[in-house]
Design a protein around this ligand. Structure first.
Ligand code: AN7
Length: 380
């Protein structure tokens, strides 16, 4: 990058492919431009040769991929004259909504399930000054309620049913193709509402399109907002693979789940908002949905933290848990390039991390003999 060039977020970066005007006031916190990290230690232990990357979306300004969508949603809400936004959330959407509303100088109302939200996310929503409404119900109840509110009150709904959200989130696919010089063979993501897997597919489709027209059924979900830029590798798109937590896996059950449950609270969602379009993504891309148990998710989270130095939240680890299983069983063939999206940072949920860490702190006296002993006892 040239001297004097300041990265100012993904709308500026991809302005020609996003629905903004020259005079649009852009609300940004410098989101996007996240690292694509090639895993070294984990693949070495596999019998199968693969090129495995993680796109670490936990390094966005509020610690999750939601910032990509929120910069667009809040920018457009402001442009349309809105003074307040609202969302239901399992935590990360509320953190992003709260931060971008603060930046824009408008009010955020966030509706969250009482108790089932990770501590870091609650801290963010509170600290950014949003109005936090805890309901005695789950995310799906909250979603139903905020849709009703937004239909009546002068507040803009910023859940992923807002088409600008997916427009922002599609830019993650642009970054990946730019870095790899091509689309990966497989792109694996955790799935809750299935907005993000859809957004990525829109991004890949835009890049692979040779002409300026909607080429896929899924893309019609952009509701006319996307601009096909082409310029990518024509026709080359990944197979999209979505992993759900077993206790919250409507795409595996083939029907909505009324009492979703999982340690991965971010994806504790039983009634996905992007249900129909996500099935189209799966069919068009030739990918699949699968599920991971809570245990598999936590094992993968710990593996990434201990062996690669990458700390993601439990929901994010579902992508790697599932990918590793599908690499081992050959569903993802040898020689493939695979990108797993790590959707959120591990610091979001310190309680789950501390509860399962391999080593607990060793308490000793503040004295050299005791400290030395602790070190010698724990040398590998
Ligand atoms: C870390 O914050 O739905 O399939 O309300 O926080 O696009 O829903 C969060 C979702 C994956 C699932 N990983 O993405 C919310 C919310 C993390 C998440 C997902 C979420 P979608």
């Amino acid at each position: 990058m040239a001297f004097g060039h300041r990265y100012t977020g993904l709308i500026e970066r991809y302005r020609d492919r996003l629905p903004v005007h020259d005079d649009t006031r852009i609300i940004s916190l410098g989101e996007g431009n996240t690292p694509l990290i090639r895993l070294n230690n984990i693949p070495r232990q596999l019998d199968h040769e693969v090129e495995l990357y993680v796109k670490f979306e936990g390094l966005n300004p509020t610690g999750s991929f939601k910032d990509r969508g929120m910069t667009m949603a809040v920018t457009k809400a402001l442009e349309e004259g809105s003074r307040a936004i609202i969302c239901a959330s399992t935590g990360n959407t509320s953190a992003a909504a709260a931060a971008y509303a603060a930046r824009a100088g408008i009010t955020a109302f966030v509706v969250i399930p009482d108790g089932k939200i990770a501590m870091g996310k609650l801290a963010q929503a509170m600290m950014h000054g949003s109005v936090v409404i805890q309901i005695e119900g789950n995310f799906d109840d909250g979603m139903r309620l905020v849709k009703q509110v937004a239909a009546e009150a002068p507040v803009t709904l910023v859940n992923s049913v807002n088409p600008y959200r997916l427009q922002g989130q599609k830019t993650a696919a642009f970054e990946i193709v730019e870095e790899l010089g091509r689309a990966p063979d497989y792109h694996c993501l955790p799935v809750g509402n299935a907005g993000n897997i859809t957004a990525h597919w829109i991004g890949y489709c835009e890049l692979s399109a040779v002409s300026g027209d909607h080429v896929t059924e899924a893309c019609t979900f952009c509701k006319g907002h996307c601009r096909f830029a082409g310029g990518g590798v024509a026709g080359q798109r990944p197979k999209m693979v979505g992993y759900q937590a077993s206790g919250s896996a409507p795409f595996l059950r083939g029907a909505m789940v009324d009492q979703p449950d999982t340690v991965a609270t971010a994806i504790r969602i039983g009634h996905p908002q992007s249900w129909d379009v996500a099935w189209k993504v799966q069919k068009e891309s030739g990918g699949w949905f699968d599920e991971c148990t809570d245990e598999e998710i936590l094992v993968a989270q710990k593996l990434l933290a201990e062996q690669e130095g990458v700390f993601c939240e439990p929901a994010s680890a579902a992508s790697v848990a599932g990918a590793l299983r599908d690499i081992r069983n050959g569903r993802i063939p040898e020689g493939s390039s695979v990108v797993c999206t790590l959707t959120g940072h591990g610091l979001k949920d310190p309680d789950t991390a501390i509860a399962q860490a391999s080593r607990t702190p060793i308490k000793v006296a503040a004295e050299i003999g005791a400290v030395t002993r602790a070190i010698l006892d724990n040398m590998d």
